[in-house]
Design a protein around this ligand. Structure first.
Ligand code: GDP
Ligand code: MG
Length: 550
């Protein structure tokens, strides 16, 4: 290199003055031109990236986002959960989400989970849409028979059902876990707005089920009656040891499933299912806990998730990266309203009664729960002014309350309450609600994007209060690695006593668990499976040893 430069020097010296000036001019123009081009191409991405980082720069206290430290050394691959090398600009949230969290997640993925995900990514790339293997696998669907030579790729097709975003996310996580455990590739139905919400999670391939998938015209009609519904085949005694496996099966795991459908969770039935290349799954449930009760899966699961209540937390952070549009909503709200606070309390208020709306007893319940659990301060005694309280108390903390609800009245009331009278501790309480959609409008693009932004914002809280049996709340606390306080369902329009309870774990509840089938005994005796708080029909994962030692 040194010699080349030396030769270039001699040649340059020997040139005339005009030639030298011309060469200098060309080089300088090239340099300036490329710098301008580079900055232009990064401009949009930088703006979003900046939006993510800006909130952090405004932080006041140490435990919030620490500017220089988190910008340079933040764990953008979240402990190896994510793979490096994706284009950062097309999905800014992928590597910057962790910047917005007030502290890094204390839950680290196991090395086995990390290596399993890397192997999964390779499998998905080999079998995903557009590959020869995918083409061969879909040809089997036309012929409706399994070619023994073509067993290299097997699939789980996750169908988007009519249920809300929370249900979609929890069932997708469960289906992905099933795919991981059975070496299948997951493909997601893209006909609803999934690609307006999430970026592609796997490198150099796609998780979207191609629109020309051969069964696309039929899958909406699949239900319990369908002859290739697995439960129905069992009911009709259509499966025995000599049955040739079909090229696809429909697995019905919706809340209205029958005992025969629940036999999907039995170890003995998995052998037949394994031989079927295409599984079309409809679910609105978080069925992961029951996968833990299938003995051959449990061995793998213990290695994948040594801390058993981290399944949803890790898999949701691995799979779901909001699109730039949604991320813009999250970061702009965060930077404008939450970044300056010393602490954020998330309040997720879902009113399931009909009619839904604002109710005084729900408002009273929220105040009662948050004050009793010391999540929000009491109000100062009547007559004391803001300045008096500030002078007599030491705390000058700013607490932001992020409210997610379809009804804006809850945050309005809370805000009014804390603006009219100071808090007894001197803490400043600021209430903020990013959206107030009033009615559920699932599959409206902007509505669903706002819902996802709300879920992400809730997940950034330090503490979170959610509503009993709300899957929207499940996703927010699971994603955030937060053990929520759960608001009990009010009965007869009265504030429940107690108003809320601390959750057993950050995992979602499997609200329609197969309590009476092959897993009945195991549900009772497995230490890391518990009935959900106040909901005996459901089960959830908690962190506990694998076996009882007494
Ligand atoms: N933006 C927003 N949408 C909500 C909120 N609560 C409910 N929704 C909408 O209503 C749907 C409710 O379905 P789901 O997510 O399954 O939650 P669940 O009904 O509480 O179990 C969501 O997907 C949203 O479309 C909220 O707090 N914010
Ligand atoms: Mg729901």
């Amino acid at each position: 290199m040194y010699h080349i430069l030396k030769i270039f020097g001699y040649v340059f010296k020997s040139l005339g003055l005009k030639m030298k000036i011309l060469i200098r001019f060309i080089f300088s123009s090239l340099l300036i031109g490329s710098v301008i081009l580079l900055s232009f191409s990064n401009n949009f991405n930088d703006q979003l990236l900046d939006a993510t980082l800006n909130g952090k720069k405004k932080k006041k206290t140490f435990h919030l986002l620490r500017s220089s430290e988190s910008e340079t050394s933040h764990d953008k691959l979240i402990g190896g959960l994510l793979k490096a090398g994706f284009d950062e600009g097309s999905c800014v949230s992928r590597y910057t989400t962790s910047l917005l969290y007030r502290k890094p997640s204390p839950y680290k993925p196991s090395p086995y989970l990390v290596s399993k995900l890397r192997r999964y990514e390779k499998l998905h790339k080999r079998c995903g849409p557009g590959t020869e293997a995918y083409k061969r696998a879909t040809e089997q669907l036309d012929e409706n028979q399994v070619r023994s030579s073509d067993k290299e790729c097997r699939y789980v097709v996750w169908v988007a059902t009519e249920y809300g975003l929370g249900n979609r996310i929890i069932s997708l996580v469960s289906s992905f876990l099933y795919a991981l455990l059975t070496d299948r590739v997951i493909l997601v139905d893209q006909r609803k707005d999934i690609s307006d919400l999430f970026c592609e999670p796997f490198p150099d391939t796609s998780w979207l089920l191609p629109l020309d998938f051969p069964l696309m015209g039929q899958i909406d009609s699949y239900y319990k009656e369908y002859s290739l519904c697995y439960g129905t085949m069992l009911k009709n005694h259509a499966i025995n040891s000599t049955t040739t496996p079909p090229s696809h099966l429909y697995i019905h795991l919706l809340h209205d499933y029958r005992d025969v459908d629940k036999m999907f969770y039995c170890e003995a039935n998995q052998a037949f299912i394994k031989s079927v290349p295409w599984l079309v799954v409809k679910s609105n449930l978080y069925f992961a806990p029951s996968l833990w009760l299938i003995p051959s899966f449990q061995t793998k699961l213990i290695k994948l998730f040594p801390q058993k209540d981290t399944v949803f937390h890790h898999l949701s952070r691995y799979l779901f990266h909001p699109t730039n549009q949604v991320w813009d909503m999250v970061t702009s709200t965060y930077n404008a309203n939450l970044s300056k606070a010393d602490e954020v309390l998330g309040l997720q208020i879902r009113v399931f009664s009909t009619p839904s709306g604002y109710f005084q007893h729900v408002m009273d319940q929220i105040v009662s729960c948050t004050q009793r659990e010391k999540l929000l301060p009491e109000l100062a005694t009547n007559g004391s002014s803001h300045s008096q309280v500030m002078n007599t108390t030491r705390s000058k903390k700013l607490k932001a309350v992020l409210v997610a609800s379809l009804h804006p009245e809850y945050s309005d009331e809370l805000s009014k309450m804390f603006s009219e009278r100071p808090s007894s501790t001197g803490e400043m309480i600021q209430v903020y609600q990013p959206s107030g959609e009033r009615v559920q409008q699932t599959d409206e693009k902007l509505h669903d994007q706002k819902a996802l932004a709300d879920i992400y914002l809730l997940s950034l809280s330090v503490n979170i209060v959610t509503t009993e049996r709300s899957t929207f709340g499940y996703v927010a606390h699971g994603l955030g690695g937060l053990k929520p306080w759960i608001l009990y369902e009010p009965k007869n329009r009265k504030v429940p006593d107690p108003p809320c309870v601390r959750a057993l774990s950050m995992e979602p509840c499997f609200i329609r668990a197969p309590l009476h089938g092959c897993q009945a005994k195991k549900i009772k005796t497995t230490p890391f499976i518990k009935h959900c708080e106040n909901w005996n029909l459901g089960i959830k994962l908690v962190d506990a040893p694998d076996k009882f030692w007494w």
